[in-house]
Design a protein around this ligand. Structure first.
Ligand code: ADQ
Length: 491
């Protein structure tokens, strides 16, 4: 039976993720603090920045993660007595070889490809598994030193799947939540991991009191894997571990809706939008923005656009596609190869269709500022978001929220977690080029009234379950799960 505990029963909230949401760099004689990008950091920072809207008021929020900067730089920064914002930072430093096997190895060359249904990209190297265990142990040992009763430990994502059980061993009474930001794959894919790894990762997650996923499918895939590999059944969203049933549920992550919606009238955004419109000279604009990652479906998107241009010569000279790709994980070979393939395809498509006065594809390999991002979101006619797999995809939600003018069409992959909530988008299969070409045509000819109806419905949903709701929902359920376990023990 759910019961809500008073929010103040949380003393400190620990957010624990592989990377910290900030970076430190030396610029001339001072240490500068920069924001890190990426879905997880963006979402959790948005929550912490909007905490006045949250029902939870911890005395302190502490973010624990691996530092991208040296110990010396951190000490210098601390001596300058500058603040890291609304939360405290607790940096960790892993040995280089451990970090390589843990981050580039098991996290991003095994779990990431396998969980996104790219098993042929997955490596199964024992030293990487060792490094993954070592890295999770470093987190667990440090957290056990920091932990005090009534602290809440919220572990984030696939790099730290062993951590909840390690924490449970060290702090048996602790309130521990775990949230997975990527898909949890179907059992047939998950079972491809070596036996000890696949059982170890499940046991690791089950150290938590609550395990959260983006969608119902991911919850079911997880429950099935636990049942088939560990022989533990689930009932009514509780994994039936004796004396400590573990709650599993869905919490579709979201964005700071108001921040994106109100950006429409920011002077910087208006000026950028105006500049984009002038360059377009009346042409329609297709837009996409992603981290460089094979899961984001950039090549398929290019092929879909090529098909559209092939089938629709009447659109030649009247449409531009701006594709922005942010550098990511450049140390991993498959990412570098992808970049080369993308650039070759862009060159080929432009070579095939461009004229002296028209370039069908404009490619930018860089990060955009918030103003630039919102200017593109609101200047474009169609946002083309076509991942081959994506846990959620915040870009889709940001685009919809930004459209205060209630115009624009979202073409969205049916296998992005966001598709479960954004049913008014034109949903496509990302491997179906013909389907993508048809969707582009449909989007370009959609009446403005229909665009507005669809956008408004999606906006209502994102506004009502924004990132603050998401985090509050997770934390409320975490307290409920803990209370239910306590009742269980009394019985
Ligand atoms: P990511 O794979 O990083 O996140 P996504 O959810 O789309 O993917 O978030 C990317 C973030 O980076 C967005 O906030 C976007 O605005 C920003 N961004 C992307 N390209 C940018 C650019 N060129 N310049 C500036 N900003 C850019 C992971 C999972 C997702 C899940 C999130 C949150 O893979 O499925 O939605 O975590 O759980």
């Amino acid at each position: 039976m759910p019961m809500n505990l008073p929010p103040n029963s949380m003393k400190r909230l620990f957010i624990i993720s592989n990377r910290l949401p900030i970076q430190l760099v030396r610029q001339e004689s001072t240490v500068q603090l920069l924001e890190s990008a990426g879905g997880l950091a963006t979402a959790l920072k948005s929550y912490l920045q909007a905490q006045d809207r949250s029902s939870f008021e911890p005395d302190e929020v502490v973010w624990v993660g691996n530092a991208d900067f040296s110990r010396e730089l951190w000490e210098e920064f601390q001596q300058s007595k500058r603040s890291t914002g609304t939360f405290k930072i607790e940096p960790l430093w892993l040995d280089d070889d451990v970090n390589d096997g843990f981050y580039n190895g098991l996290s991003n060359s095994t779990i990431w490809p396998l969980f996104h249904y790219f098993p042929s990209f997955a490596e199964f190297k024992e030293p990487n598994w060792q490094a993954y265990q070592q890295a999770n142990t470093v987190f667990a040992d440090r957290l056990a030193e920091l932990y005090q009763p009534d602290d809440v430990l919220w572990v984030q994502d696939y790099h730290l799947m062993l951590l909840p059980a390690m924490l449970r061993e060290r702090c048996p009474e602790a309130t521990i939540g775990f949230f997975l930001h990527i898909p949890f794959p179907s059992f047939e894919v998950y079972r491809m991991l070596p036996n000890r790894w696949r059982e170890g990762l499940l046991q690791g997650m089950l150290g938590a009191d609550l395990i959260g996923f983006h969608t119902n499918d991911y919850v079911q895939h997880f429950e099935k894997s636990v049942q088939r590999l560990l022989g533990i059944e689930s009932k009514l969203r509780f994994v039936q571990i004796p004396n400590r049933p573990v709650r599993v549920d869905l919490f579709p992550i979201s964005i700071d809706y108001e921040r994106f919606n109100s950006s429409y009238r920011l002077p910087g955004v208006m000026a950028e939008r105006e500049a984009i419109h002038q360059q377009l000279q009346g042409n329609k604009l297709l837009f996409s923005v992603d981290r460089l990652d094979y899961t984001k479906g950039v090549l398929n998107r290019l092929q879909g656009y090529e098909k559209f241009l092939e089938n629709h010569p009447e659109w030649h000279g009247k449409i531009n596609f701006v594709m922005v790709v942010v550098p990511s994980r450049s140390e991993i070979t498959s990412y570098g190869e992808r970049k080369q393939m993308i650039e070759e395809n862009i060159g080929r498509i432009n070579g095939r269709f461009a004229t002296v006065s028209w370039q069908p594809l404009v490619y930018q390999y860089r990060s955009l500022s918030f103003e630039q991002l919102c200017a593109y979101y609101t200047a474009c006619d169609v946002a083309l978001i076509t991942p081959i797999r994506d846990g959620m995809n915040l870009v889709a939600k940001e685009f919809i929220a930004s459209r205060q003018d209630e115009q624009g069409v979202l073409i969205l992959s049916e296998v992005a977690g966001a598709a479960a909530e954004l049913g008014e988008a034109l949903l496509i299969n990302p491997t179906d080029r013909v389907g993508m070409a048809l969707a582009i045509e449909e989007a370009l000819s959609m009446p403005v009234k229909t665009q507005a109806e669809r956008i408004k419905r999606m906006q209502t949903r994102i506004r009502e379950y924004d990132v603050v709701q998401w985090a509050d929902d997770f934390l409320t359920q975490l307290f409920n799960a803990k209370a239910q376990q306590n009742q269980w023990e009394v019985r």
